[in-house]
Ligand binder design. Structure first.
Ligand code: FES
Length: 117
């Protein structure tokens, strides 16, 4: 199919993109999936599930960083968190996704911002 006939996809605007590894080597059995499953409700409770402050989120099969999980990557800041327990996720949402300040003690890698935001 050519690009002339393929419909162009669209997504709603977002401020952050949270990617959670739910792969088999990330943390204790089921912990990463449970973390991912809790994300929508927590983002909604924080008021960042829609609108200009929206955090888009997805599960990822493996980041290739399979120790110290669950692992959460926040884009476009390119901030990578490890050992993301439910309490840690609450802090990341409050301090980073809402407050704009990464939770440094939980960061294991900080790259150059991917998208400059
Ligand atoms: S299984 Fe999570 S980074 Fe590989």
């Amino acid at each position: 199919m050519s690009t002339e006939t393929t419909p162009k996809p669209s997504i709603s605007p977002f401020k952050h993109y949270a990617l959670v590894c739910t792969g088999p080597r990330c943390g204790e059995e089921g912990a990463a999936q449970a973390l991912y499953d809790s994300l929508w409700g927590k983002l909604k409770a924080a008021g960042i599930h829609q609108g200009s402050e929206r955090t888009k989120f997805n599960a990822v099969g493996c980041f290739g960083a399979c120790k110290g999980g669950p692992i959460l990557c926040v884009q476009p800041a390119n901030t990578w968190y490890y050992n993301v327990t439910p309490d840690h996720l609450d802090r990341i949402i409050e301090e980073h996704l809402v407050g704009g300040q990464p939770v440094q003690e939980l960061v294991f890698y900080q790259g150059d911002p991917a998208c400059g935001a």
